[in-house]
Write a protein that binds this ligand. Structure first.
Ligand code: NAD
Length: 696
């Protein structure tokens, strides 16, 4: 019905309607679901401005229908030549119009959407609106004046920070820095129309000079941005372009910005990041699940208040949910509650949350040492010790007291959720929610669909992930699900490289030079060597005698080198930094001698290719077993959970760009190094799947 009403008013295009109210023209962008700035929208705005000019209106209000102003440009158009009018043409028409144009913002105004608003004379926003220029996170730079108009309003240093961090800020913060001119009280359109009457003169951002700042402040912002942006070329270009906003010739700067934008949007980083953008959206989808009912989740129970339980509780609190935390006894409960409180105080002190939010989150957390308070929770997640017997006992005790609609989740890293479900009368309500540490910070959430998990349970898990602001990826039950299983193959390859001749620091250096946030041995030291040690001991009885075994980490553990927490592991941390240690070198030499190995030289490229080959092969194995739904999900997991460089698109995407013969040679080397027990995955087929997914 609403759509019909709009069409009656529409005379320009299907995407932008035009109407009059008291001499003010209202242009309503209506391109569901998020008013992406497609060709039709751009054309509609230009035609609306032309019509308003012909009709001699006093002002124009530009507003979005539905849930937002404009969420961004239409990324689907990005791989091809853009059609006229492009966004700069639309903004030029707005600037040239004889009347002021007021952008009325709600929901989000991002990327091209914010650039459009910056091209208007004024911006008024509804409470809760989010604005930002995310282009840098997609591998390119703003291309429709964002690098020129934003700093003219907020200053160069703030402009560099917002653009290079791809930051989204809310309207109140935008008002404080001068990015929006007013907040709408009450109805947005009414407020915008009233604002239009009060502001009858034109005031394009183009005519402004950026606020005065010292070179030192701008340089500091640039340095921070380069560091945070890992020195990627588009970050450097964004900084250079923002600096041009201080120059008098804005037309030259806009032309330069457009040229950089055009070149970068089709360059490898941007193509990879666009692939990932669509891969991330796809990862949250499960065929046949669209119509499933979802339970509303408002109150959650968390059993276990250790590292993960606390992080999970914080993630729920952040999302505005009520949390009931259960620990074994008073002492551990008090510790967990006070540690969460101290964490929230830290966030308050750093200004990340406000006093009201701190109070609300504190009040939303209730602790207990029995399960009685969990009865009416919408979902209860267990994060107790990684031990099947303990987990099954917890589930069996829990189920009888729960409402019939309560869902049950486990945060297990490796255990078989089907076996866990045997402890329940209704395993259909059990699923895995595998958070990554720290759970309130890490974006990835593996949503594990066990054999008996119902569609409603799974759909609710996915909806909850979105509510928490997480990136969900659906996995089936299997040791380590998607991420930890592939990571184990990667770490095993790293350890074999050391046994065969590489130094741990060379392997880590190769990984970080490739772009990983940390190398595998630095990661092991950080998370503690004892966890994997315990697992190896558990598996010792079933390990085939012929399989190559790297005992170096066992020797490290036996020597009390459990990682950072003991001050030493693969490295020595006595100086505060990770340093190679002669004791580790001696252990490595002894293990090589025991295995009769003459150390081989490995160069950086060989190490990198072998680490990647291990990931790619294991990914292909688990895809063929149906543990992951699709190849691109593996890329989403590695980028969001394992520090894989985002700009490379993911390990499978990376491999899909490499010559097939080189990947085949890497896989042959991998097979040779692993020897007995090596399983070759259907890699060529998986890489074909990735190639077919690419957006361009
Ligand atoms: P942890 O040892 O820090 O915490 C476990 C907590 O559970 C302890 O505080 C303990 O007192 C409590 N607990 C044990 N039995 C209980 C019971 N019957 N009732 C109530 N509380 C009980 O362990 P963690 O690192 O938080 O791991 C918890 C789970 O999360 C494990 O299954 C682990 O595999 C998984 N996980 C861990 C990580 C990680 O990085 N640490 C990441 C993902 C998943």
């Amino acid at each position: 019905m609403q759509r019909m009403g709009i069409q009656q008013k529409t005379e320009e295009t299907a995407s932008v309607s035009y109407e009059h109210r008291n001499g003010v023209a209202i242009l309503t962008i209506d391109n569901p679901p998020v008013n992406a700035g497609s060709h039709g929208v751009r054309m509609g705005v230009v035609q609306g401005i032309e019509r308003a000019t012909a009709e001699g209106v006093s002002s124009v209000v530009l507003i979005g229908a539905g849930r937002c102003f404009v969420a961004g440009s239409d990324l689907k158009e990005f791989g091809k030549p853009l059609q006229w009018p492009q966004l700069p043409d639309v903004i030029a028409a707005i600037e040239a119009a004889p009347f002021p144009v007021i952008a009325a913002l709600h929901g989000v105004a991002l990327g091209g959407g914010l650039e459009l608003a910056l091209g208007c004379d004024y911006r008024i926003a509804a409470t809760g609106t989010k604005v930002g220029l995310p282009e840098v996170s997609l591998g390119f730079v703003p291309g429709a004046g964002g690098t020129q108009r934003l700093p003219r309003l907020v200053g160069l240093a703030k402009g560099i920070e917002l653009i290079c961090n791809a930051a989204r800020i809310d309207a109140q913060a935008a008002l404080a820095i001068g990015l929006v001119d007013a907040m709408a009280q009450g109805d947005l359109l009414d407020a915008a129309l009233a604002f239009a009457i009060q502001h009858p003169t034109k005031r394009p951002v183009r005519g402004m000079t950026p606020p005065a700042e010292t070179a030192k402040v701008i340089d500091a912002a640039a340095q921070t941005a380069m560091r945070r942006g890992k020195g990627r070329p588009n970050v450097a270009e964004a900084i250079r372009l923002v600096r041009l906003a201080a120059e008098p010739d804005m037309d030259a700067a806009l032309a330069e910005e457009r040229a950089v934008f055009q070149a970068m949007r089709v360059a490898p980083d941007a193509v990879a990041l666009r692939y990932l953008f669509f891969a991330e959206r796809r990862a949250a989808m499960v065929d046949g699940l669209e119509a499933s009912a979802r339970a509303a989740i408002a109150t959650v129970g968390v059993i276990g208040g250790g590292t993960m339980g606390q992080g999970i509780a914080r993630a729920f609190l952040q999302a505005g949910l009520s949390v009931r935390l259960v620990e074994r006894e008073d002492e551990s409960l008090t510790r967990a509650i006070s540690q969460i409180g101290a964490h929230l105080d830290g966030l308050l002190a750093k200004g990340r949350i406000g006093a009201a939010q701190r109070r609300a989150q504190g009040e939303a957390l209730i602790g207990a040492t029995d399960y009685a308070g969990l009865a009416d929770c919408d979902l209860v997640i267990e994060a107790v010790f990684e031990d099947m017997a303990v987990k099954r006992e917890v589930l069996a005790r829990l189920e009888p007291i729960l409402d019939s609609g309560t869902l049950i989740a486990t945060n297990t890293s490796y255990l078989d959720i089907d076996q866990m479900g045997e402890a329940l009368a209704r395993p259909d309500r059990l699923l895995g929610l595998h958070f990554f540490s720290p759970a309130d910070v890490m974006p990835l959430l593996e949503v594990v669909r066990a054999g008996a998990t119902s569609d409603t349970t799974l759909a609710t898990g996915l909806a909850l992930a979105r509510k928490l602001g997480k990136q969900p990826v659906v996995a089936r039950v299997g040791e380590g699900f998607i991420g930890n299983r592939i990571y184990a193959a990667y770490r095993r390859r790293a350890e074999l490289l050391v046994l065969d001749g590489a130094a741990p620091e060379d392997v880590d250096a190769a990984a970080t030079a490739f772009g990983f946030a940390m190398g595998p041995f630095a990661v092991s030291d950080m998370s503690g060597l004892d966890i994997a040690w315990a697992m190896r001991k558990r598996q010792a009885a079933t390990r085939p005698a012929e399989a190559r075994y790297v005992a170096i980490p066992d020797r490290l553990c036996e020597a009390g080198r459990l990682g950072r927490k003991t001050g030493k592991g693969w490295y020595n941390y006595s100086s505060g930094k990770a340093q190679p240690d002669p004791e580790v070198e001696a252990i490595i030499r002894a293990e090589r001698a025991k295995a009769g190995i003459t150390p081989l030289p490995f160069d950086m490229a060989q190490i990198q290719r072998q680490l990647l080959a291990a990931i790619v092969n294991e990914a292909a194995c688990l895809l063929s077993e149906g543990i992951a739904q699709r190849a691109s999900d593996v890329d989403v997991v590695f980028v969001n959970g394992y520090g894989f460089p985002r700009w490379r698109g993911g390990p499978l995407y990376w491999a899909s760009l490499e010559p097939a013969a080189m990947i085949a040679a890497d896989l042959a080397d991998l097979a040779g190094a692993i020897g007995f027990g090596h399983t070759q995955g259907p890699v060529a087929q998986v890489l074909d799947e990735i190639r077919s997914l690419k957006s361009n």
